[in-house]
Design a protein. Structure first.
Length: 295
């Protein structure tokens, strides 16, 4: 968990620029499914820089409390700045698997794309504990099965990784050597993410005690404005792959790094022209609404 904090702290200042544009439309989809209700106390777990919590302020104007919880102090600082004009919004550093709130404290709890970095069962049990009777949990998560990453994006990321490895150092530090071994030993979409699918999350929520669970699988498509934005998104993420890419680049000789960057731009541009496709990412996500029994 400490490693995860460091990752998000490192890229807190870049997060809104490169990650939020892709996450914002998906936050809107989640809000549409939640619909309007009289939620009075709202908690957004793994709130990041406060994207979803700030969006929740409009559909719930009567909410007494809007709380965002995340471990990263860097993310919290950005979130507090964004929400400084909303007196109902507050942010706190807290572990989503061990939350320091009184049971039955919230009527709505949201969690957008944080579940993959957590123990899903521990997190859902905490959410269940914190919801008041009749309260709603609204969750978005990446489908981390191998089939969930749509081929065009897979080809682009493979091209990116191939070019990067072509220029990587042949005398890696012990730390980089260890990371290379770790990365080569698994083929999952993100090696730190727990495996999750629509079926597994729905069954988990029902097993914990949610009697009313609605789930669906969606194909999410993200378009990048230009090659620079795509390349930055590959490097500023907080996934294992992004950290590995940054390690490789940090240990490259200056000339090799410059050549690698030029090669990335030229070859990705050629790929997009030859395939007549945009620079885009497509993947499957799971959307889950789980309501606690009223009595």
């Amino acid at each position: 968990m400490e490693d995860l904090q460091k990752r998000f702290n490192l890229h807190a200042s870049d997060y809104d620029r490169y990650a939020v544009p892709t996450l914002s439309p998906l936050a809107d989809l989640l809000l549409e499914q939640i619909g309007m209700n009289e939620a009075m106390r709202v908690l957004d777990l793994c709130t990041g820089t406060g994207l979803l919590l700030c969006k929740l302020a409009d559909p719930f104007p009567s909410a007494l409390m809007l709380v965002g919880a995340v471990l990263s102090e860097g993310m919290l600082q950005v979130a507090r700045t964004k929400a400084k004009d909303n007196p109902r919004a507050s942010f706190t550093a807290m572990d989503a698997e061990l939350l320091g709130f009184t049971s039955r404290s919230f009527s709505l709890i949201t969690l957008q794309f944080g579940l993959g970095y957590l123990d899903p069962e521990k997190s859902l049990r905490e959410i269940f504990r914190l919801l008041e009777p009749g309260g709603l949990a609204a969750i978005q998560a990446y489908d981390t099965s191998e089939a969930a990453t749509v081929p065009p994006y897979r080809r682009l990321t493979k091209l990116f990784a191939y070019i990067l490895n072509k220029y990587s150092t042949r005398t890696p530090s012990p730390e980089l050597e260890q990371t290379r071994k770790k990365m080569s030993g698994s083929s999952e979409r993100d090696r730190n993410m727990t495996q999750q699918t629509e079926k597994s999350l729905k069954e988990l929520a029902q097993g914990i005690g949610f009697p009313d669970v609605e789930s669906r699988s969606l194909t999410a498509q993200f378009q990048y404005a230009d090659i620079e934005t795509f390349l930055n998104s590959m490097l500023t993420g907080c996934t294992s792959s992004s950290i590995y890419y940054r390690q490789e680049i940090e240990e490259m000789a200056a000339e090799a790094r410059a050549n690698m960057q030029r090669s990335q731009e030229v070859n990705i541009k050629k790929y997009c022209q030859s395939s007549k496709s945009l620079i885009e990412e497509s993947c499957l996500i799971v959307q889950l609404l789980a309501r606690k029994r009223k009595n």
